[in-house]
Design a protein around this ligand. Structure first.
Ligand SMILES: [Fe+2]
Ligand SMILES: [Fe+2]
Length: 247
């Protein structure tokens, strides 16, 4: 009997592969996003939670590369519109909150939990699809990552409940920040955030993947990650600006 790999791929198989590529794009960028969030968080516990999950995210990238290898696919990231929207929300939190405030930490937790929930939905669905498609070797790898995403979500809830939200609740309203000018030479938080992120992804050739892209997996080079995240002025692209054309 012909195996799944020998037949022409079904529409579901192609959808599975596309979802795999999109979460790969997301995980590659999440390593840098988590680093930026750790830098911008105020409390040591929250910084540490972001750092720890950044390390786990390296493993998430490696597991996805193993799955690409199992399926004889190159490790090819594909832009993920949903995750880009969540990244945008994270930058908005940093732009609109005072550095060092409990308010910022509470809002960063919300932004991070939205990302974790997106990942939980994606990995849960990929696991189910893998079972349906007979990719048994991938199921366990998805489950390992899924468990780490759920654990992180729980840790963030714990940090919020343990004191960050309460501290934010009694924090006086900070001095009103002037809205950032559209033009001019005054540096804004938005610019510095964008620059920090840009530096973080500089050199991340979106197809390069992790250093772990070994095992014979051919790392692809579909173009610069910057081009996906930033416009020509170096500012993060908005949700609409990244809308993918529907074929
Ligand atoms: Fe992840
Ligand atoms: Fe995660």
């Amino acid at each position: 009997m012909a195996t799944q790999e020998q037949q022409s791929p079904s529409a579901l198989e192609l959808f599975f592969r596309r979802t795999l590529q999109e979460i790969y794009w997301s995980e590659l960028h999440l390593r840098d996003v988590l680093e930026t969030m750790a830098e911008r968080a105020g409390t040591e516990e929250l910084k540490s939670a972001f750092h720890t999950h950044r390390l786990e995210t390296n493993d998430h990238v490696s597991r996805l590369e193993k799955i690409f290898h199992q399926k004889n696919m190159g490790a090819q990231p594909v832009f993920c519109l949903g995750m880009q929207g969540l990244f945008d929300e994270g930058w908005q939190v940093i732009d609109e909150t005072e550095a060092g405030s409990a308010h910022r930490d509470a809002a960063l937790i919300v932004a991070a939990q939205k990302v974790e929930h997106y990942e939980i939905a994606t990995y849960g669905s990929l696991r189910t699809l893998a079972k349906t498609l007979g990719c048994e070797a991938a199921v366990g790898l998805f489950e390992q990552t899924l468990a780490e995403e759920k654990k992180t979500d729980g840790i963030l809830t714990e940090l919020a409940e343990k004191g960050i939200n309460a501290a934010a609740g009694i924090e006086p309203l900070a001095e009103e920040k002037s809205p950032p000018p559209d033009t001019g030479s005054i540096g804004t938080e938005s610019e510095s955030t964008a620059n920090a992120m840009k530096e973080a992804v500089d050199g991340l050739d979106a197809g390069a993947g992790s250093a772990d892209a070994s095992e014979g997996v051919e790392a692809s080079a579909p173009g610069s990650a910057d081009a996906l995240l930033f416009d020509d002025d170096g500012k993060p692209k908005g949700k609409r600006g990244n809308a993918r054309k529907k074929n």
